[in-house]
Design a protein around this ligand. Structure first.
Ligand code: ATP
Ligand code: MG
Length: 572
């Protein structure tokens, strides 16, 4: 392919709305073009990488025994009403109507649709297990579309769904996808780590996200260097010993005027945040619950929601806080709240804690010398792990100290159970001709997000450094003297030889200066660069170099040996 025949427009300057390197590079290297917030056109170069990632996914899905299909993006509302998600998805789902006022959604995912399809075809255990997948555009009205393709309104997803006769059988389907994911990300040149993830409203232990570690990642991950335990912060556990405090004198009131936050009260009283108990009132399914955690920690709302077994959870409004505790938010505490039967739950680390400072349930007052067992009505069973894990916490598996990392979620494997098959009555007959509900799993990969994750993980100050497997072109030939017929012939002959050898190559045949070509080659990040010029040819051949090697590693190889040399560089 000739550069002058391709629609490429590299940019010198970073786009103004780009915060992270990969987003800047996607735009500057002419891979995508923004249409509006969260909406991007894949330009020809970007499209090539997207197709290569999709091809790898397709090969590995097929290898794992999954079958490709494609379902409509436009999904009738009935399907979503049947599962209850028409409401539950809330404003995340793009909803629209046809001319007859029939409601639809632009698919954000496709559990409902696929269950409807499979149910209509599968009726016997003999037809199971089945795993189907599609590579299809998805739509989500994200609160904050940002970071380019990372969180967009429209994105390409590979979504697979497995159907099995039993939970045990579903384990095998899950494992097959898990293994396929490892191969997919490795083949894309990505280091992606399986991380234990929250299972949301569905429950069960079976959910792993695949994360690419990167500073720019939106997810926090607790990671144990001792045993490899890795979990999304939404779910990450920690081991805590009970506080086992010394006995303390009876509690007393302290006047703390104008001090609302733990930081302010701790500065006012001259004691560290850890001496405090942070107390918050939440509305769980509309009812108030007080939650107490160590003063220097934050409540993990996902853990809290699970612990309370609540469908909805949000911070209580001003009125509910006042009614439940007797004070405004800054002075709430677990000792004798206004609502005598208020349920109070507390973090495990507070079990046995003494000598703590808590809100007095009276504005501008705190209590000191609080012994939680002695002075509060928190039930033994209401102590649980309720805080967000942090660096330095103890690993729940091996007891070593955990670290904190940031990750980009590129994939998610999820054992769903019967949530959707129940809702759709997706049943099969077993060998006794009895009807049973199918057990389902779902498995997503953000295909467009993966393209950007590769860039985020592999770039330098000059541009992208593509792994050969997903580069728009594996090789760029910088033709320095395009008007010199003999030199051009060398370049185009080499192009033909490389293509015959199955290596895709772009010939930069523009009339520009060498410096411009080198800069663009580095920016777009083709894995191997070949320079063909009159000077080089006079010196014995063409210059070859990998993108990730500096100039000193450039080699001159005789033209006749160029294909072999390039092949060798690509294989390194
Ligand atoms: P996130 O937590 O990042 O919002 P999610 O857990 O909602 O993602 P899933 O429903 O698991 O996403 O979707 C499967 C995959 O689709 C994700 O692992 C991710 O790679 C990708 N994905 C999800 N939302 C977006 C988006 N807005 N833009 C691009 N890719 C996305
Ligand atoms: Mg997910």
């Amino acid at each position: 392919m000739k550069w002058t025949k391709m629609m490429i427009q590299t940019l010198r300057d970073d786009p103004q709305d780009a915060e992270i390197d990969s987003h800047k590079l996607l735009v500057r290297a002419s891979l995508v073009k923004k249409i509006s917030g969260g909406l991007y056109t894949f330009l020809p170069l970007g499209m090539r990488s997207l197709r290569k990632v999709a091809a790898i996914i397709r090969e590995e899905m097929d290898r794992a025994g999954a079958q490709e299909l494609v379902m409509p993006i436009l999904q009738p509302a009935e399907l979503w009403q049947q599962s209850g998600r028409w409401e539950a998805m809330g404003p995340n789902m793009f909803k629209l109507k046809d001319r007859a006022e029939k409601p639809y959604a632009l698919g954000p995912t496709a559990e409902e649709e696929v269950t409807d399809v499979v149910k209509s075809i599968v009726s016997s255990y003999r037809q199971l297990p089945i795993t189907v997948y599609q590579i299809q555009w998805k739509f989500r009205d994200e609160i904050r579309p940002r970071f380019g393709l990372m969180r967009s309104k429209e994105f390409l997803m590979k979504d697979a769904y497995s159907f099995d006769v039993s939970l045990d059988a579903a384990d095998a389907s899950y494992q097959a996808m898990y293994d396929a994911y490892k191969r997919i990300f490795a083949r894309c040149g990505l280091k992606a780590y399986p991380v234990e993830a929250d299972t949301g409203d569905i429950g069960g232990k079976f959910s792993h996200e695949f994360h690419v570690l990167a500073e720019a990642g939106e997810d926090g991950i607790a990671f144990c260097p001792g045993c490899g335990y890795a979990a999304n912060l939404e779910k990450a556990e920690r081991k805590v010993a009970a506080a086992a405090g010394e006995p303390c004198p009876a509690y007393e009131e302290v006047h703390t005027p104008n001090a609302k936050t733990i930081e302010q009260v701790s500065a006012f009283m001259g004691v560290p945040g850890s001496a405090f108990v942070k107390s918050l009132v939440y509305a769980a399914d509309g009812k108030p619950v007080m939650v107490c955690v160590p003063g220097d920690r934050d409540v993990n709302e996902v853990k809290l929601k699970h612990f309370l077994n609540a469908k909805t959870l949000e911070l209580a409004d001003y009125e509910m806080v006042l009614k439940a505790s007797g004070a405004n938010a800054g002075s709430v505490g677990p000792v004798k709240p206004a609502q005598a039967d208020l349920r109070i739950v507390a973090d495990q680390a507070l079990k046995g804690a003494t000598g703590r400072i808590v809100g007095a349930n009276k504005d501008d007052y705190h209590l000191k010398n609080v012994d939680l067992a002695r002075d509060t009505a928190i039930a033994d069973g209401d102590y649980a792990d309720l805080v967000i894990a942090q660096a330095g916490d103890v690993c729940p598996r091996c007891g070593k100290t955990m670290e904190l990392k940031r990750g980009i979620e590129v994939g998610h494997v999820f054992k769903l159970g019967t949530k959707y098959t129940d809702a759709f009555k997706a049943v099969y007959k077993n060998d006794q001709l009895q009807e049973n509900v199918m057990v389902m799993g779902c498995y997503g990969i953000g295909v467009s997000r993966t393209v950007q994750a590769v860039i985020e993980q592999s770039h330098d100050k000059d541009g992208i450094i593509w792994p050969a497997s997903v580069a728009p072109f594996q090789v760029v030939i910088d033709l320095l003297d395009p008007t010199d017929k003999a030199v051009a012939k060398v370049a185009f002959d080499l192009e033909a030889q490389l293509e015959a050898a199955g290596i895709d190559v772009l010939v930069d045949d523009r009339a520009d200066r060498p410096g411009v070509k080198f800069k663009d080659a580095d920016l777009i990040g083709f894995p191997v660069r070949v320079v063909v010029g009159a000077k080089g040819l006079a010196n014995g051949g063409v210059e070859v170099k990998r993108r990730d090697q500096d100039k000193s590693r450039m080699k001159i190889v005789p033209t006749a040996d160029a294909v072999a040399a390039i092949r060798e560089l690509l294989a390194q």
